[in-house]
Design a protein around this ligand. Structure first.
Ligand SMILES: [Zn+2]
Ligand SMILES: [Zn+2]
Length: 181
């Protein structure tokens, strides 16, 4: 990564005109992963806050976070049976009213008539098997994720579909992982 030192020609608070400012340009992977982390801050899930960003040719096509369908009550308002029953991570997804971040990102693109064929997805959490099936059929060919999520079927499907799946290390600033709960 290159460090750029530029003469500052603007005067944001605290920086004098002409002062040298060290600007570190983020890599695209870090940039989009940090945006996915920010997107997760809108999540209403009681368990995990996940953000997703679909990117093609270095441009964002859509974003998504896990939460209830548009206009309906969210789990943080009406409760979530998975939380009440204490189901473990990954168990009984169908009981939650929320959609996963990846699902919302794909749906948001389709809502606006945008093809995600050949795109990448940046996610804060490695996709589950349900989302993996959808990503494959939506034509997404690469997944970049921050946090691990154990789902054996998902890993097998990724392999069979020849998807590129990469883990990136960034600090999460949003979501429950950031607060350590
Ligand atoms: Zn729920
Ligand atoms: Zn999922």
């Amino acid at each position: 990564m290159k460090n750029f030192i530029r003469n500052v020609s603007f005067t944001p608070a605290g920086i004098k005109r002409g002062a040298k400012l060290l600007l570190v340009r983020k890599s695209k992977d870090v940039y989009f992963s940090e945006i996915a982390d920010l997107v997760s801050s809108r999540s209403t899930c009681l368990r995990n806050q996940v953000g997703a960003v679909i990117v093609k040719e270095s441009q964002i096509l859509s974003t998504g976070y896990n939460g209830a369908p548009k206009g309906l009550a969210h789990c943080d308002e009406v409760g979530c049976i998975r939380q009440v029953k204490g189901y473990k991570s990954g168990e009984r997804h169908e009981l939650c009213r929320g959609l996963h971040a990846e699902q919302n990102a794909i749906i948001q693109a389709s809502y606006h008539g945008i093809s995600v064929k050949g795109a990448k997805i940046y996610v804060t959490t490695k996709p589950c098997s349900i989302c993996t099936k959808m990503l494959i059929n939506a034509g997404i060919h690469e997944v970049v994720y921050v946090e691990e999520y154990e789902d054996e079927l998902a890993s097998q499907l990724f392999k069979e579909a020849n998807m590129i799946v990469r883990k990136i290390n960034i600090r999460r600033n949003f979501g429950r992982a950031a607060s350590g709960t």
